[in-house]
Design a protein around this ligand. Structure first.
Ligand code: IMP
Length: 421
């Protein structure tokens, strides 16, 4: 038994929640390692829909659910998520453990996130959940960790410090009085969930127990390897998991990349294969492409293999799960980008500069579409021939096995791809 990682291969919203729920069956713990309540992992449990923002998706398998040091935790959001889960499901919430090392998102961070987005000439389109400012304060060493924020005295020392260091902090205390009261109450309420998660985790791994580590957002939103500055403020890729959890990289067995059979993106920033036509409408409508956290419409386009190859190499994916293939049914033709045209050159790499990526024109390989309903299909050989060709082509291009294909939203809507297919 070792550690498996599940990581989004695109700009987030690849359907990681569903796959974590399927892949964690033989594990003892699922672990979040970055991001915060900007994430939205949609699950369908006994036909009831639930969107998790902070809690790991293994919650419904009765596993230990860890929130690691690299996550930024909003105590109010955590409390309301726990209450929501309690209202609709019977799960053992004692298994939820939040790292005392994780940093806190306070009303100050939410305030400053909105303040900056409003004033930027090039807004990022953040979720306005205070993610960037919380990570910034952590780096500036003026943040407050979850293990400290539950102590009212330490909270006051931190506030006094910020009053000295941040000119807008007094304004925030004044304008957001109700949010600060709610925050203080939530800080007391989360105390029972806090512990030394990383130590527990390393002990489990040393005892050879299976652990599933789940990424939030996606590889192309990685602070260093994504489309900076149109990224989130954490390392969403494999290295981020090691740093956040104090995880020995040698213990990682599988790095599983989750990729939609097409592309979506929420917020601003370059997306070479974005469409604004009938195909985009099809993908958005059939794929129900609305942000699970903010309700914003997701931008839709064809699968970008140049970007997927980049994500595969940054993360060291050992396999890819191709999700939501059923959404492509009914399209006359289906395309994948194999190269970009940039300044009269054909390139096959993902440029480091967001400006260059913005200027890239995709070069497509075109496949015939299919009409057959494949929702819930569990046998690769029953897929229409063109769908099979599509999967084989992607596998060849990225030189990485495609282990599973998603054929619907339900837990059972999945088919295993034979390696010899
Ligand atoms: P932030 O993480 O709220 O700072 O937002 C930075 C960028 O990441 C924005 O473009 C967001 O739309 C995007 N983003 C953040 N979380 C998610 C997610 O869970 N799925 C998809 N996009 C996300």
């Amino acid at each position: 038994m070792a550690v498996d990682l599940v990581i989004g291969a695109q700009w987030g919203d690849e359907g990681k929640g569903k796959w974590v729920d399927i892949l964690c069956k033989n594990k003892v713990a699922t672990v979040r390692y970055q991001g915060g309540n900007n994430a939205g992992h949609t699950l369908y449990i006994n036909e009831k829909k639930i969107v998790l923002h902070l809690l790991p998706s293994g919650l419904f398998r009765n596993l230990n659910c860890f929130i690691g040091a690299g996550v930024v935790v909003n105590p109010v959001a955590l409390c309301s998520e726990i209450a929501e889960v309690r209202r609709h499901f019977t799960v053992d919430l004692k298994k939820v453990c939040v790292s005392s090392r994780s940093h806190t998102i306070t009303p100050w961070h939410v305030y400053i996130d909105e303040w900056r987005e409003k004033r930027r000439k090039d807004p990022i389109g953040t979720t306005k959940r205070g993610i960037g400012p919380a990570y910034a304060d952590k780096s500036k060493r003026i943040g407050i960790r979850i293990g400290d924020v539950i102590d009212p005295k330490k909270r006051q020392v931190w506030k006094n410090n910020l009053l000295e260091l941040e000119p807008l902090f007094a304004e925030c205390l004044d304008k957001c009085a109700a949010q600060w009261t709610e925050f203080d109450n939530a800080c007391s309420a989360i105390a029972p969930y806090i512990s030394d998660v990383e130590n527990k985790l390393r002990q489990m791994i040393a005892d050879n127990q299976g652990v599933l580590v789940e990424g939030a957002q996606g590889s192309l939103l990685d602070l260093d390897h994504g489309t900076y500055p149109f990224v989130t403020s954490s390392n969403t890729t494999t290295g981020g998991a090691c740093a956040s959890l104090g995880l020995n990289p040698k213990k990682i067995a599988n790095v599983i990349g989750i990729c939609k059979a097409y592309t979506t993106r929420v917020g601003e920033g370059p997306m070479p294969t974005e469409l604004n036509d009938a195909a985009a409408k099809h993908l958005a409508t059939v794929g129900v492409e609305k942000g699970a956290t903010t309700g914003r419409d997701r931008r839709c386009g064809w699968l970008d293999l140049v970007a997927l190859k980049h994500a595969t190499s940054v993360n060291g994916f050992t396999e890819i799960i191709l999700n939501k293939l059923d959404v492509l049914t009914g399209l006359k033709e289906v395309k994948v980008a194999t190269h970009y045209e940039l300044a009269n050159e054909t390139i096959d790499y993902f440029p480091a500069s967001a400006d260059d990526l913005q200027r890239c024109e995709p070069v497509y390989k075109v496949f015939a579409g299919w009409e057959e309903d494949i929702v819930g299909l569990q046998d690769f050989n029953k897929l229409p021939e063109t769908a099979q060709q599509y999967i084989r082509y992607i596998r060849e291009y990225i030189q990485t096995p495609i282990s599973w294909v998603g054929t619907g939203v339900g837990r059972g809507d999945a088919l295993k791809v034979p390696s010899q297919s």
